[in-house]
Design a protein around this ligand. Sequence first.
Ligand SMILES: Cc1cc2nc3c(=O)[nH]c(=O)nc-3n(C[C@H](O)[C@H](O)[C@H](O)COP(=O)(O)O)c2cc1C
Length: 207
Amino acid sequence: MIFELPAPETLESESLVSCIENRRSVREYSKAPLRIDSLSQLLWAAQGITGPEQKKAIPSAGGLYPLQIHILVRRIAELEPGIYEYQSGNHSLKLLGSISPEASIREMGIGDQPWLNDAAIVIGLAGKLEVAIRRFESQAPQGERGSRYVYMESGALAQNGHLQCTALGIGCVLVAGFDDSKVKEAFGFPSDVEPTALLCIGQRWSV
Ligand SMILES: Cc1cc2nc3c(=O)[nH]c(=O)nc-3n(C[C@H](O)[C@H](O)[C@H](O)COP(=O)(O)O)c2cc1C
């Protein structure tokens, strides 16, 4: 099932400098759902098409764009909970399956990371390391350069997402301390990609 996302807003809401200054890791969230247009905006900032030749919001070594985004959706108004794949070409989501039991999500984190279970959504990033390694295998250090690029691109994507969350006034934390195989299973990533980062996102908890 394909779900078309609303068009992203491209007029700046808050200044970039203020977003950089105010960005903090937020690990406590309320139970309030996120708006579908916030999800749309976040995914556009993360990997949306922003120019001719399918150029995207983040830089990519050799224009390879090896990253895939799967989203674990718990609380988004107008969207059924489940695991979705972001399709940047038509700015839409494809439903892949249902969310794993709470206990197995909790086991994904290295150490106790309850925000993995509390977040309204968790954005999962994974990259085709082998494709990038092959593409850059002529460059030293052979075999490593391509995978370095995938992790760099993942960091750029995560920072775009983090800053967009700040602009939207919603909480976000980047989690990279996780069990790779459990993340792959929970997010329904194919066997030829490796998970690189998770972004836990939700309405900020306020007392
Ligand atoms: C590569 C990387 C991995 C991280 N992994 C985790 C993680 O597994 N769990 C977590 O709660 N925070 C994680 N963080 C967030 C850092 O703890 C946080 O950015 C740091 O404490 C600075 O705080 P600030 O983001 O509020 O400025 C990670 C950050 C980076 C850059």
